[in-house]
Design a protein around this ligand. Structure first.
Ligand code: PDD
Length: 288
């Protein structure tokens, strides 16, 4: 059964799917994206992801490629055609195809849309969570508008590669004042000695993760306090627990930071309970 992708109005074989060489996403990273988790046949937190897509598009003065309802139908059709019950759906909108020029195209062009879906084995993700991940820290070197979910991810690519080469799985960007921003593709959290969850405020300087927002609701349902404030690498290394959140990793414990074990170097119980309770609290929209 071949994988199917949606590219600008057509459902095509994934292996043959292609965009124009002058797609502004391809040449200039002039585009935005979203990744939604698919779990047990449901799209998780679709409203939050599409609201954030709307914000990203507005911040970059780009139009929706289709209206919201039509995009939701395309997402479902791609999920259906790929028989994804557990996995993810990826959507990418670029400013469109135009002769290469840094300024916006003078003649209006239609934004370009690509939607793909991928099956993933939830047992493999659970295994990773049971093991926990190691993170390294890297100096923050991204632009200031990381609150927009753009496809311009070169610093994130290099940071993740540095993590892999160091035998870790994620890299946390750290400001010159020693405070943790977020991971290459995850938000960063710690649990303090008194059991309070701490994560950086998302007003600016990090992406406002949709999973981050849902985990706040999960924490509330479990009676756990959440504090939005900055924390340093040292505080994270001495914390009771640390973990990351994202649509692809949900809640995954961090067991070491720059080679220093967090607590006893094993996943903690708070991260585990947040992960276990996640699905019950998250928004679930049928994927077909
Ligand atoms: N990444 N921070 C960054 C820099 C991210 O790229 C992501 C998501 C997050 C978490 O956001 P959310 O909870 O909405 O997934 C935080 C996606 C999964 C990716 O790039 O694959």
């Amino acid at each position: 059964m071949p994988r199917i992708a949606y590219v600008n109005g057509r459902y095509v074989r994934h292996a043959a799917a292609a965009v124009h060489v002058e797609d502004r996403g391809y040449q200039l990273a002039d585009g935005v994206y979203e990744v939604c988790e698919i779990a047990r046949g449901f799209i998780i937190d679709e409203t939050g992801h599409l609201d954030r897509l709307d914000r990203s598009l507005r911040e970059l003065r780009m139009d929706w490629p289709l209206d919201r309802r039509a995009l939701q139908l395309v997402m479902r059709e791609v999920v259906r055609r790929n028989h994804v019950v557990n996995g993810l759906v990826y959507l990418q909108v670029t400013r469109g195809v135009a002769p290469r020029d840094h300024a916006f195209p003078t003649k209006p062009v239609r934004p370009a849309l690509v939607v793909t879906a991928k099956r993933m084995d939830p047992r493999a993700a659970q295994k990773k969570a049971d093991k926990g991940m190691s993170v390294i820290t890297v100096p923050e070197n991204r632009w200031e508008r990381v609150d927009i979910k753009t496809i311009g991810l070169l610093p994130n690519v290099l940071a993740r590669q540095a993590a892999i080469e160091a035998g870790a799985q994620e890299a946390w960007f750290v400001d010159p004042d020693g405070t943790v921003k977020e991971g290459a593709s995850t938000n960063a959290w710690i649990v303090t000695a008194d059991g309070t969850l701490v994560t950086r405020p998302a007003d600016f300087g990090i992406l406002r993760g949709i999973t981050r927002g849902t985990v706040m609701k999960v924490a509330d349902s479990l009676g756990l306090a959440v504090e939005e404030r900055t924390f340093t690498v040292e505080e994270a290394q001495e914390a009771r627990e640390a973990f990351v959140t994202s649509a692809t990793s949900l809640v995954t414990p961090v067991v070491s930071i720059d080679g220093k074990p967090v607590a006893n170097g094993h996943p903690g119980s708070v991260a585990r309970s947040l992960r276990d309770a996640f699905f019950a609290i998250a928004e679930k929209s049928p994927s077909c």
